[in-house]
Write a protein of this length. Structure first.
Lengths: 275, 277
């Protein structure tokens, strides 16, 4: 019988099992190191000034920076097999489809990472709580509800998916120093977009542009409203934002399309990989 | 089985490795792929395995375009590369994770190949020497029973007894359904093993004959004086005298000297081509 050459659930499961068996030591060590690092950072953050009045919302910056940084580094390590000939040959000639190999990596770097990160963060926070109680005799105040009831909280996750997809794409293109190279090329790309937007803003608004750098690509631009009237105390300028219809459209693209597009590009790059 | 037509490929612009290369290999044979350093032996094997993509022409194995690397193709081809990777796991874990992907994998045969190579199966792969690991990989490759088996310098890193064990296990594994392609510099390691010779040079296949046809048309012998040998096509001198290749006019039977033949094909290419055409 002709095998399914695109996606087979049984083969995907077997391949995923193989992937975990090959890497479980690394993932286990990564979990321990991550927990240790988070505990160290939380300890420094909570106890360096001896203030006993602490609240969980103080941990939000650590949580977000950690999630983006650790997620980026972890994802950058994907496809490291392709960096050397022997491992690359083993990877590419393994009898699973490109899609199955790609989905396994995606599952590990998205679902696997998020689970690992939250477990590590939970352990580190719980241990910090115990240390805080032992040292100051009072618990860390849990005030997270006022932050998490707002839907805007989810934007950090949408943004995380885009960053993850970007690092995954970077990992398939570059196999050594992938994290640094991806950051470098992203900054270069972002700089080019900003420059292009500056030129576009000048083309449209010319001398009415408030300052050359007062614009945000895909968001808006600050312009002088009326130059004929002198208002020294209250300059007549305004920040023009894109119309709501377009803003919603761009938001939709950002939330639901950018990450899948980057994943698709990474998949096709994997399919075209030669060694 | 393996059909390469008009294959063109280059790593760098204006420096072609293959130009309109054609090659047909059939099942039931063990092919020895020979060539100088940089002739493109490994690159040709990589094309057969789908690790490199043709820039012109096509490369098909068992009817599959190799560059697609479809699972149905990959489960019927195995490549033993010169530099290989084995995961840092126990042999039994290696078997339990890798073997299910090869539908014709024969665990019993794997055991007997390992026994032939004197490798105990209760070890971690990390505890093994390079040569031992290579023997595990060769045993695994043979046990997969894939229709196409590609080996790049398989005897590199094997000690002298292991080389004869290698010949023994390969000879035992060959069948009418399998096509085995072995690329090597160490042509003497393939003595009495391969039944067809493919020589690649100057971007194309310059020689492709089976061993029977070679011994039918050429005679390999060692003589003390070249003048005694008659119509010499190619000769090489050693302490034992002169090893020579002559035309085999009288259906004389001789044992093929792979190294001598390889040098003769490279240096007397036109004469050899004339004889075989």
């Amino acid at each position: 019988m002709q095998a399914n050459n695109i996606l087979s659930a049984g083969r995907l499961g077997a391949y995923f099992r193989k992937h975990l068996l090959d890497n479980y030591r690394f993932y286990g060590m990564a979990l321990i190191v991550l927990t240790g690092l988070l505990l160290l950072i939380m300890g420094f953050y909570f106890f360096n000034d001896g203030n006993p009045q602490r609240k969980y919302s103080d941990l939000i910056p650590i949580y977000l920076v950690g999630m983006f940084l650790a997620g980026g580094i972890f994802t950058s390590m994907s496809f490291s097999e392709l960096g050397t000939n022997p491992r690359g040959i083993d990877y590419l000639l393994f009898p699973a489809s490109h899609l199955e190999k790609f989905l396994s990596t995606l599952l590990v770097t998205v679902v696997g990472f998020l689970v690992m990160y939250h477990v590590a963060f939970y352990f580190a926070a719980t241990m910090s709580e115990s240390i805080a109680f032992a040292r100051f005799g009072n618990h860390i105040n849990n005030d997270l509800q006022r932050y998490t009831t707002d839907n805007k909280w989810w934007y950090s996750y949408y943004f995380w998916f885009i960053v993850q997809a970007l690092f995954l794409l970077g990992a398939i293109y570059t196999h050594k120093y992938s994290f640094i190279k991806t950051v470098f090329f992203f900054l270069l790309f972002a700089g080019a977009i900003y420059l292009l937007h500056t030129v576009t803003a000048y083309t449209f608004f010319g001398s009415k542009l408030h300052k050359w750098n007062e614009h945000i690509p895909f968001v808006g631009v600050r312009v002088m409203i009326d130059q004929s009237v002198s208002h020294a105390a209250y300059p007549m300028d305004d920040f023009l934002v894109v119309p709501k219809k377009y803003a919603d459209f761009l938001l939709f693209i950002g939330k639901y399309l950018v990450a899948p597009c980057l994943w698709t590009m990474a998949y096709f790059r994997l399919r075209d990989k030669e060694i | 089985m393996i059909s390469i037509q008009n294959l063109s490929f280059s790593y760098r612009k204006n420096k072609p490795l293959f130009e309109h290369l054609n090659l047909q290999l059939e099942a039931g044979h063990i092919y020895g792929l020979l060539g100088k350093n940089g002739a493109g032996k490994s690159s040709l094997l990589k094309h057969m395995a789908g690790l490199l993509f043709p820039q012109g022409g096509s490369c098909k194995v068992q009817g599959f375009d190799t560059f697609r690397r479809q699972p149905a193709f990959l489960q019927n081809i195995f490549m033993v590369p010169e530099e290989f990777y084995l995961p840092p796991v126990h042999i039994k874990n290696y078997l339990s994770t890798y073997a299910p992907f090869y539908p014709n994998f024969d665990r019993k045969a794997f055991g007997s190949y390992m026994e032939e190579f004197h490798i105990p199966q209760d070890q971690r792969l990390t505890e093994m020497s390079y040569g031992q690991k290579k023997k595990v990989l060769i045993s695994f490759a043979l046990a997969t029973n894939t229709k196409t088996l590609i080996m790049d310098e398989p005897t590199n890193g094997l000690d002298i007894p292991s080389k004869s064990q290698f010949r023994k296990v390969i000879a035992a594994a060959v069948s009418d359904e399998k096509c085995i392609v072995i690329s090597t510099h160490q042509v003497r390691d393939l003595d009495n093993l391969i039944d067809s010779i493919v020589i690649i040079d100057n971007h194309r296949i310059i020689f492709r004959q089976n061993v029977e046809a070679v011994t039918e048309k050429l005679c390999f012998k060692t003589v003390s004086s070249i003048d005694d040998a008659g119509n010499v096509i190619f000769s090489d001198s050693s302490l034992r005298g002169h090893t020579v290749i002559t035309e085999n006019g009288g259906l004389e039977h001789s044992r093929i000297d792979m190294e001598l033949l390889f040098n003769a094909v490279l240096e007397k290419s036109e004469r050899i081509t004339q004889i075989f055409n």
